[in-house]
Write a protein that binds this ligand. Sequence first.
Ligand code: NAD
Length: 474
Amino acid sequence: MDLIPHVIDGRETESRESLPTVDPYTRRPWARVALGGKDEAGRAVTAARRAFDEGPWPRMGFAERGAVLHRLADLIEANLDDLAMADTTDMGKPIADTRSKDVPRSAANFRFFADHARLSSAETLPMDSGHHAYTRYEPAGVVAAIAPWNFPLMLETWKVAPALAWGNTVVLKPAEQTPASATLLARLALEAGMPPGVLNVVHGFGPGSVGEALTADPRVDRITFTGESATGRAIAAAAAANLTPVSFELGGKGANLVFADADLDLAVSWSVKAIFGNAGQVCLAGSRLFVQREVFDPFLERFVAAAEALVPGDPKDPATQLGPLSSAEHYAKVKGYIDGVPGDGGKIVTGGVADEGLFVRPTVVLDAPPDARVRREEIFGPVVTVTPFGAEDEAVAAANDTRYGLNAMVFTENLSRAHRVSAALRAGTVWTNCFFVRDLRAPFGGAGDSGIGREGGTYSREFFTEPKAAVMAI
Ligand code: NAD
């Protein structure tokens, strides 16, 4: 069986121990991955530190660095099949999605941030006193990027691309469940001409392992993390010891508001994608659906029909729309939520765990009271609560009744309502009549338990650089 190595200082490296990485569809190990720990994390930070302090990467012009990142994007596109299959095999995500979304978006991340950094202009401030002040965006240094398993390559590149474009060096720790695409990425980066030590990949666990070692290392200048809110708390505590700045994209419990004046076909089609895409393993999932009473019954009927029509199956089959959950542990967690629905006062109208493998059928829950676990906690599976509402302010209050604040969706044909409700919702992104549409210049992140800070365009620049004010007397 193949071994997925670390990539440290431009070299592929193994560890004394290795770990099987399991295909959740076959439920069998399909490769082994080097199991790093504190030592490997330390060596990777040493390499990244040296590449930053002594190497050419932070000293290159934006165009030269950008050219390497564009070459990397070309190589990602040229290796689309391998990268897509790596993520699909590691986590069970349908190959149709990894091929059409995850991998192309990963290439786009490199292209966008290469160009954005090159074309970014800084402030120039002529002062009344006759002085001149201007801003220099200098790379922050060594970035630790810690990623989750649900969009492995796409979320890793969302961190790595801006960090590299601004001249930083990186140690990337992919999730232990989905290591394969990160090693492929590091290989392609070397092939694109990136100097050794600029992008390092270390595999291992979080607590007591690579993740914790990276977050506690005083030689790390920035920590960018995507994952669970509870993990964010542990990382924030570790980062506090060194005052290391953090950027956190954490959990979510997205509200999806369907008003009576919505285009119902559109609302049904997006609402199904919003909660059942990637088997609901999406931080942005529209897991709390609120539907105005006048259209509740027709909406529910069509929504349930569309959910039941999703095609489950082998994620490597291009026709599959719904894969298994990513691991046996995660399946057990989601099953626990479904089992708890009746006890909490809810009613399952369709779905539940399937008879085979790690599949959960699209599950629709009615009558869940506001304090039910399915309505309050992030399930991270294909489970949605559907609740009727009367007036607009009632819907907004219900949507905002959460500790999370990542995103929300609004379906209405009334423009004034769209603006009003977008303003009233407490969320980092509000999508009207769509879902998951991204402009890489826009801020991305969440309020409350959903995160700290924003990434995207200038927001990534603020995090991955040390903006310096240069002030001159004339
Ligand atoms: P997780 O928090 O369990 O793990 C994420 C990463 O953190 C892994 O690489 C893990 O090894 C590492 N880690 C765990 N404990 C650590 C520690 N103490 N120190 C350092 N590193 C540690 O999350 P997950 O289960 O992989 O991913 C699912 C979660 O990610 C969900 O909550 C989801 O909402 C969230 N997520 C958020 C966004 C977003 O943009 N807001 C996007 C995708 C996923």
